[in-house]
Each structure stands twice: as structure tokens, then as C-alpha cells.
Design a protein around this ligand. Sequence first.
Ligand SMILES: Cc1ncc(COP(=O)(O)OP(=O)(O)O)c(N)n1
Ligand SMILES: Cc1nc(C(=O)O)sc1CCOP(=O)(O)O
Ligand SMILES: [Mg+2]
Length: 246
Amino acid sequence: MLPRLHIVTDSLDIVRGVLGHGPVAVQIRVKTNDREAYALTCAALELCRPAGALCLVDDRIGVALAAGADGVHVGADDLPVAAARRVLGPGPVIGATCRNPSAARAAVADGASYLGVGPAFATGSKSGLPDPIGPDGIAAVSRAVPGTPVIAIAGITAGRVSELDCYGVAVISAVAADPAGATVEFLRALAAHPGLGVSDLSLGASHPGLGGSDSWAAALGESDSSGVSDSAAGASASASRAGDRQ
Ligand SMILES: Cc1ncc(COP(=O)(O)OP(=O)(O)O)c(N)n1
Ligand SMILES: Cc1nc(C(=O)O)sc1CCOP(=O)(O)O
Ligand SMILES: [Mg+2]
């Protein structure tokens, strides 16, 4: 299953800090150049693999392929979802940024595995965004694409998780100061709040990137390679149970 907590980062220290507490996806978001993105992705993969964490690359499909990452996240300035799917084939995870229900339906039709939807709230981590769509906007997109995980993004804290009717959340600043502690807090908040569609999502082999016997998701579902820490065991066990229902 797709992890419900996505950590978006360009820092290996953050990657180290968020691993080992429960199921997470790490999204490597480097805005400088392919060379730096490739080096960071390769280093992140060496950490993510033994921890059983999904490792995605923002924007850069060539980097994801070359490094052997689990997939990509694409937005309006990146390769279109259909083109990314053609290049990557059916196996890898493809996340797509969507800000309204019609864009969400189109991205799913084009082969997106999950949707990154926002801005949920105001954020200081990225400029030039439209006005926040709020919990109502997130819920509207979730309802438009039953069966596809919606990951809300922008301004999300552990305390706000319960406001969001969606599958999961993606965060930058909320894990910056204390990556390990914040990750545990998010996993607990998510476990306590199943969110819209989490219990009835069916992410089987037919869903691009998220099913199939050879996928990372299947491997993690069958044997716990997530390295759950004692302190987070309760949250992680609950989070796993939520995923088991999919
Ligand atoms: C989970 C998730 N959702 C949305 C985004 C934003 O991606 P994009 O629109 O491509 O913008 P940049 O991140 O490239 O600035 C994301 N990265 N992750
Ligand atoms: C990278 C990104 N994309 C967004 C979008 O709405 O498309 S918001 C965002 C930054 C999110 O950072 P934080 O968790 O610190 O608010
Ligand atoms: Mg992008």
C-alpha cells in the first residue's frame, strides 16, 4: 500500500530522521539540477531500501529511472502524467499534483497512482501558489476519485490531520525541526484519523504503481520491513491495520 505520510525534502538528514518509525514515503525534491538530484536520490535510496520506505523523485523522471527510485511526482510544469506513464511503464508510482476535481479525474484517467492535492492551507515553503483550497477542497477532490489515494499538501501539521478527509498528507516544514518526533506524531495522528477512502480504497494490482506482486508495496505488506521503533509501535501498528483494510 501507499504510505499515508509523505516527506518532501532535499536533505539527507531529514531522510535519516524520518525513517524507522513507521511507513513513510520520501519524496526527493531538488530544484537545482539533475546532477544534484541524482546524487541525493541515490543516497536516499540507500537509506530508504533497508528501512522499507518508498522513495519518489519530484519532477525528474530521468533521475528517478537512473537512480532506480520507486516513482515520481509530477505537476503542471513537469512531463504530463500520460507521458510519464508511457516512459515509466505500469510498475512505478506516479503522483500528480491536482487542485480540483476535474483535473483529478483527468490525472487518474491518464495513469496517476495517487494525487498530491493542495494547497490545503497557507504555506511558507513554496511561493506562487493559488489560494488554499482548505479541507472542503481536499474532500471534494477525494470524493471525485474514489479508489485513488489523495495526499493533501501545504501547511499541514499533525494537529491538522483530523481536519482532512483524504488518504494521507505530504509535508516539508512540519518535520524540519524534529524529523523523528514529528514523524511519530504524524503517524499517530493518521492512525487515529482513517480519512476519506482509507478504509475502502482498493489498491490492487490493477492500480498503476501501487499493486502487483513485485512492488515495494506488496513486499512491505507481506513482511514488516518498515523498522518500526518501540516508541511508534502503537501508531505504526494502527497505521498498518488501516492499510490492511485496503
Ligand atoms: C505530494 C505532493 N503534492 C504536490 C506536490 C507539488 O508538486 P509540483 O506541482 O510538481 O510542484 P513542485 O513540488 O515541483 O514545486 C508535491 N511535490 N508532492
Ligand atoms: C512543494 C509544495 N507543493 C505545494 C502545492 O500546493 O502544490 S505546497 C508545497 C510545499 C508544502 O510545504 P509545507 O508542508 O512546509 O507547507
Ligand atoms: Mg513539479
